[in-house]
Ligand binder design. Structure first.
Ligand SMILES: [Zn+2]
Length: 335
């Protein structure tokens, strides 16, 4: 069991289950934003808004990839930095935390990033080695940016799945609802994995795209959770009528001009599955890449702040607040 050590559990009052630190090569090379975050900045932001704890993982593309290809929005291996996808990024984050900023160990709960399609045995070898040196407590998957359909986790990614089982690591997945143009990150693939592997715990990032039928379906699973990462700009996208999230009839009924109301409505209806997460620093998002490789460039310019994300919790109180603020997240992380 990857029990979070007691030092890390002390004073837990608000846990951000979804944040990033490190460098994002895809975003940097395509003039996107944000393209980096460091633990010191994240620590200060969290303290400013009383986030006491945060799950943190690297960003979503790797220096193991070929950078000129990535600049054109294509994932291809270069194999120059590190011994496997995300080897360098995972080690960098863990060394920052355990060697450079050990004082931050009481706030950050590190997860490792994985590529579910490429050199998955090699990834397990380096993750095994890292886990012997630096504790981490879960895995993160981003099917769209790694250009690896989520279902590959059950096939090419099987060694990583077995690694997660062997160490009882939860898996946080960037997930898209069925109407989204992001066909690589489909929630249906996540639910198929959750059914096939009931001993594994999954979190689908980004509030199931506000898609009500999906929320109703996951309420029946006891090994699937959902986070609120980047929910303020998610509400902005609904108001723009975007298809990135459900903006039509099937969306959770609420007032999307009022994100804290949307958060509270979801929390009340799905109190045991919903968790607070910010996507720090991805609560703002400027992007100039295609959603699918080879497609037309999709431009997004969306802004939020850590203060606006924290405000999401303002209409929730008491026992329900504790569930979405940290209790559900601890069940997801620890089982
Ligand atoms: Zn994220």
């Amino acid at each position: 069991m990857p029990r979070v050590p007691s030092l890390l559990r002390r004073g837990i009052a608000l846990l951000d289950v979804h944040s990033h630190a490190g460098v994002e090569p895809l975003s940097y090379l395509t003039h996107g934003f944000p393209f980096c975050q460091n633990l010191a900045s994240s620590y200060e932001e969290n303290r400013r808004v009383d986030v006491t704890h945060a799950v943190v993982f690297p960003f979503c593309t790797s220096l193991y990839y070929d950078l000129p290809s990535l600049a054109r929005g294509i994932v291809k291996l270069a194999r120059r930095i590190g011994d496997a996808p995300f080897h360098f990024e995972n080690e960098q984050l863990l060394r920052q935390l355990y060697e450079i900023f050990p004082g931050y160990r009481r706030m950050f709960i590190p997860f490792a990033m994985i590529d579910t399609l490429r050199e998955t045995r090699g990834q397990v070898r380096v993750l095994d080695d890292l886990l012997n040196r630096y504790p981490f407590y879960g895995l993160k998957v981003h099917p769209r940016t790694t250009q690896a359909r989520l279902s590959t986790l059950g096939r090419e990614g099987r060694p990583l799945l077995e690694f997660a089982k062997a160490h009882d690591l939860p898996i946080l997945v960037h997930a898209a609802y069925q109407g989204s143009p992001d066909s690589l990150s489909q929630i249906s693939d996540l639910l198929a994995l959750a059914r096939a592997h009931p001993s594994l715990r999954f979190c689908a990032a980004h509030f199931w795209g506000f898609h009500q039928p999906t929320f109703e379906e996951i309420a029946q699973y006891d090994n699937v959770w959902v986070d609120s990462a980047a929910m303020c700009i998610g509400c902005d996208l609904v108001l723009q009528g975007s298809t990135i999230y459900e903006s039509g009839q099937a969306k959770i009924p609420s007032n999307y001009r009022d994100p804290p109301k949307v958060f509270a409505d979801i929390a009340r209806r799905f109190p045991d599955h919903f968790m607070f997460g910010t996507d720090n620093p991805g609560y703002s998002y400027v992007s100039n890449v295609a959603i699918k490789p080879g497609d037309q460039t999709h431009r997004f310019v969306l802004w939020s702040t850590i203060e606006r994300e924290k405000e999401l919790l303002s209409r929730v109180s008491g026992a329900l607040y504790r569930k979405v603020a940290f209790e559900n997240a601890l069940r997801f992380i620890e089982g």
